[in-house]
Design a protein around this ligand. Structure first.
Ligand code: ATP
Ligand code: MG
Length: 562
């Protein structure tokens, strides 16, 4: 494969980049420290890639560092499988956390100590109401909440109860620890949020050591502070949580107080990105696993043939803003086209073969034609493509009664076989059902290489493979998983009802030029005139190649709309 890197778009300014630039200029920070904080409860998707590129990208561009921190505060839901896949995805995208692989669970002891400090300051209390009762007293956006009868518990009693919670003296749900902020706050997040709950569940990293676990809002800001994060970048839905983020750090008077900055999450048309929906798609076998090439997961995109560079370029193209919007799937597809156009070697493949016998061509003879691996990049070299008296062409490159504007093969007409000869259709053979089974052509021996000796014009050029030398393969034509831009949105009962019935078409018996026989790993090609294809990393075997279509050559979806 080639090592050509397609150019990344210029790094555009955005409001977060401006804040960082300012903070370095003013001396507020000398080093930028960001983090990507996934919860290991699912596979990463293209939305996460936006956050990864932003956090790692900023740190990289400003000579700082970015941590990978697993937000593993919820013991019931997390799994090692997800952690491994997240690490692999981040590396695959081209980012490196160096020594800074962290886990919120590493801070459990420190988080506990801080909670005790908050109790001692009279800023936290143990509440013994049930979750339902707490919810009942929380109030609404228009009505203030009401204080819990346990809010006035003396510090000593709170300390004793919290210690007992840690020691496992109480069953799940018996008590929680809450911050004492303001039950009348217009911001619901500040109405005495719960910061610890009892959960007698083993944690995949800390085992049975803990039976109380901190809540996200509490653990996240302190984890950021412990790690010396300067800019804590998150999505817009956390804007209302920022006062709580700041409240906790102020209350504890921690020396490092990161700045939380919110940006608009990525929403992509023609797909879904909620973890719940992605999990349902997998569990209900509506797709073939997390790495189904139609999934917006990074493992899916990778198997589909997306390159890390194309995903980074996409994230750079869409930019970073403050208002939620939808990005068209076409932009992601364009990003991979643009990248593969530069780096993918060309090859010839016939997906729906039609046999063409070339009359007059010496039987048993093989000729080798030089074919450029890339039309615009001689450094990618050439390969030899064998030719013999029988070739396969694409079924739809022949029309018995050619439509207006059809310049390919038809009875009595000439067409150029790319790199080889000009051929003329002399006869058509059909089976008992009237199905065309074979085309007979004559050829112009003087047109070797493709140009007619007398300079006559031949409009059409088509691709082909030699029947005797071709390898057989399976090719999977993937298309968008959903056929509406906002699956499950307005006027759609459920996102499942918008699944695109044509999102996969599996073609067996495709014929590929023999140079593809040895393709390995994640080899990507442009199959001439057809699109970009990637070897299927899971199902391809030596002698039994399987290719996935990454993208068509052009955006057929926007053409449909026109
Ligand atoms: P959950 O609802 O389970 O929290 P999540 O998608 O937020 O789901 P996380 O593992 O918490 O999953 O996400 C890790 C990081 O990725 C967070 O900082 C989150 O803000 C960011 N992120 C998640 N989805 C998107 C998205 N669509 N666009 C941009 N960033 C995202
Ligand atoms: Mg989250």
């Amino acid at each position: 494969m080639t090592s050509i890197e397609s150019p990344l778009p210029e790094k555009a300014a955005n409001f977060i980049r401006n804040i960082v630039t300012e903070d370095l200029k003013s001396g507020k920070h000398r080093l930028v420290v960001t983090r990507f904080p996934p919860e290991p409860n699912g596979y990463l998707h293209i939305g996460h890639a936006k956050s990864i590129c932003l956090n790692f990208g900023l740190a990289g561009d400003f000579g700082g560092r970015c941590h990978l921190r697993f937000d593993d505060t919820n013991p019931a839901k997390e799994e090692i499988e997800y952690e491994d896949s997240i690490k692999e995805n981040v590396s695959w995208l081209g980012f490196n956390w160096g020594e800074h692989l962290h886990y919120a669970s590493d801070y459990f002891e420190e988080l506990y100590r801080h909670a005790v400090a908050l109790i001692e300051k009279g800023l936290a209390y143990v509440d013994s109401l049930s979750a339902e009762e707490i919810r009942g007293l929380r109030g609404t956006l228009n009505e203030p909440g009401q204080e819990s009868p346990h809010r006035g518990r003396p510090v000593e009693e709170n300390l004793e109860l919290f210690r007992g919670m840690r020691e496992g003296e109480f069953p799940d749900g018996a008590h929680v620890l809450r911050l004492k902020i303001d039950m009348a706050s217009p911001n619901l997040n500040l109405r005495d949020p719960v910061i610890y709950r009892i959960k007698k569940v083993e944690h995949h990293r800390t085992g049975a050591v803990w039976c109380i676990y901190p809540m996200y809002d509490y653990a996240h800001c302190i984890s950021d502070s412990i790690e010396g994060i300067t800019h804590s970048i998150c999505t817009l839905e956390f804007e209302d949580h920022r006062p709580l983020y700041d409240w906790v750090l102020d209350a504890l008077q921690l020396p490092c107080h990161p700045q939380q900055i919110e940006f608009a999450r990525l929403n992509l048309s023609y797909t879904v990105m909620s973890k719940r929906k992605l999990l349902e798609l997998v569990q209900e076998k509506l797709v073939d696993g997390w790495d189904d090439p139609r999934m917006p997961t990074l493992v899916g995109l990778r198997r589909r043939g997306f390159t890390p560079a194309s995903i980074r370029a996409f994230c750079e193209t869409i930019g970073v803003g403050k208002s939620d919007s939808f990005i068209d799937m076409g932009i992601l597809e364009d990003a991979v086209r643009e990248d593969l156009n530069v780096r993918a070697p060309r090859a010839m493949a016939v997906l729906r073969p039609l046999k063409v016998v070339i009359e007059g061509y010496p039987a048993g003879e093989t000729e080798l034609f030089d074919a450029a691996n890339h039309p615009a990049d001689p450094a990618m070299g050439t390969r030899q493509v064998p030719f013999c008296d029988t070739v396969y062409i694409e079924r739809d490159d022949f029309q018995e009664e050619p439509a207006k504007g059809f310049f390919r093969l038809a009875p009595g007409r000439e067409v150029r076989l790319r790199y080889a000869y000009i051929v003329r259709c002399e006869s058509v053979l059909k089976d008992a059902d009237g199905e065309i089974v074979e085309i007979r052509c004559s050829y112009d021996p003087g047109s070797r290489g493709g140009s007619a000796p007398d300079g006559r014009k031949v409009k059409g050029t088509i691709h082909w493979v030699s029947a005797r030398h071709a390898i057989e393969a399976e090719v999977r034509l993937y298309d968008r998983l959903f056929s509406t831009p906002n699956p499950g949105g307005k006027n759609e009962p459920d996102y499942r009802s918008s699944l695109n019935p044509k999102s996969i078409e599996t073609l067996a018996g495709c014929r590929l030029e023999p140079s593809l026989e040895g393709a390995e790993g994640e080899s990507r090609y442009q199959f001439e005139r057809l699109g970009y294809f990637c070897l299927d990393s899971r199902d391809a075997r030596p002698g039994q190649q399987v290719f996935n279509r990454t993208a068509t050559l052009r955006d057929s979806w926007s053409e449909q709309k026109r």
